[in-house]
Design a protein around this ligand. Structure first.
Ligand code: 5AD
Ligand code: FES
Length: 346
């Protein structure tokens, strides 16, 4: 097993069979070794720095019905909200004063935010904060829309592929098309964005073969960022009674991703922090090098309830800024408030 991990560390690749063998047979000792090698790779590329992104969850309206997600359109138990341009800018201002130089605008697929409205918001943020990076995460759009956002100044785009197993993808996403999602990711890369893909860990029915699909897909796509986190059930969804993904499996996959794509930007996600009080710290130690604290106004945070038990819903941005720094330091790393572009964009 150690030979296999060494091979992954040296070559940044393994075959499909080798990856499956690794996932099927990893002992606790091997896991520590894997995390150590992943941490080693991350130190070589990013030293002990952890980049901070300010997350603004600006709408919880969504036209989709993903079966895992608490803001799916069929959920009538969630109070819906939208932040207007001024409220979004207010979040940026709070973030700027706290030192953030990257804003992530994330929302459901909400038709209220037409391309014109998005372009106006992006342009205004970039005019006001020209040195800051703007990341957009509003789901599947046409090439034309992605192009317009890019020309307005958006630097990065997050669109998790969610799972690269077609049958699983289709069972989780009624009326959505797997091929379209993959096409969107390719289009985003083609336009010139720094692109984030990613998947959930521990979806009902998901097995190691599925993770191998995700890993092989990511190795080929070579996104600049990869967001992975445990699936966590949400009480108003069809998956309410399913089990969460585990901290252990998520950390194993984080480490393998770090070794497959050693210079990728890899967040220790909020979902990971939500299933374990030390989840984000453990994610960083497993090879993560990004955290995305929340900048959304406190009164709407609880409403962006993708899953139950989400952390930080009652905390002010300033509180999270300090809290996360303490956590990063306690894990042996240092906060870096710079834009934190991917190495190929620096
Ligand atoms: N558990 C964990 N992650 C979830 N997401 C959505 N719903 C859940 C859930 N129940 C993730 C998806 C999406 C990202 C914004 O949040 O991967 O892309
Ligand atoms: Fe929000 Fe700790 S990061 S309270």
């Amino acid at each position: 097993m150690r030979n296999l991990i060494d091979k992954l560390y040296e070559n940044n690749s393994l075959s499909r069979d080798e990856l499956l063998y690794l996932l099927d047979n990893l002992t606790e000792d091997d896991q520590s070794y894997l995390h150590m090698k992943a941490n080693d790779a991350r130190q070589q590329h990013y030293s002990n720095k952890v980049y901070m992104r300010g997350l603004i969850e600006f709408t919880n309206y969504c036209k989709n019905d993903c079966t895992y997600c608490g803001i799916r359109s069929k959920n009538k138990n969630v109070q819906r909200y939208r932040l207007d341009k001024e409220q979004i800018l207010q979040c940026c201002q709070v973030g700027y004063q706290l030192g953030y130089r990257t804003y992530v605008l994330q929302g459901g697929e909400d038709p209220y935010y037409t391309d014109d409205r998005m372009v106006d918001i992006i342009k205004t943020i970039k005019e006001r904060y020209p040195e800051c990076a703007v990341t957009i995460s509003v789901g599947e759009k046409s090439r034309e829309s992605y192009q317009r956002f890019y020309e307005a100044g958006a630097d990065r785009y997050l669109l998790r592929h969610e799972t690269n197993t077609r049958s699983l993808y289709e069972s989780l996403h009624p009326r959505m098309d797997y091929d379209n999602r993959i096409n969107c990711l390719n289009t985003l890369k083609d336009i010139g964005y720094q692109v984030g893909a990613g998947f959930m860990v521990g979806l009902p029915g998901q097995v190691n073969e599925d993770f191998v699909n995700d890993l092989m897909f990511l190795k080929e796509l070579k996104p600049h960022m990869i967001g992975i986190g445990p699936f966590i059930p949400q009480k108003d969804t069809p998956l309410a009674n399913e089990e969460s993904g585990t901290l252990e499996m998520t950390c194993i996959l984080l480490s393998i991703i770090r070794l497959l794509l050693p210079d990728v930007l890899l967040p220790a996600t909020t979902a990971l922090g939500s299933i374990d009080p030390k989840g984000r710290e453990k994610g960083l130690k497993a090879g993560g090098n990004v955290v995305m604290p929340n900048l959304s106004p406190t009164d709407v945070r609880e409403l962006y309830a993708l899953y139950d038990g989400k952390i930080c819903t009652g905390d002010e941005a300033a509180h999270c800024r300090k809290c996360i720094e303490r956590r990063i330091n306690s894990a042996g790393f240092e906060v870096d408030m710079a834009r934190g572009d991917h190495v190929t964009y620096q």
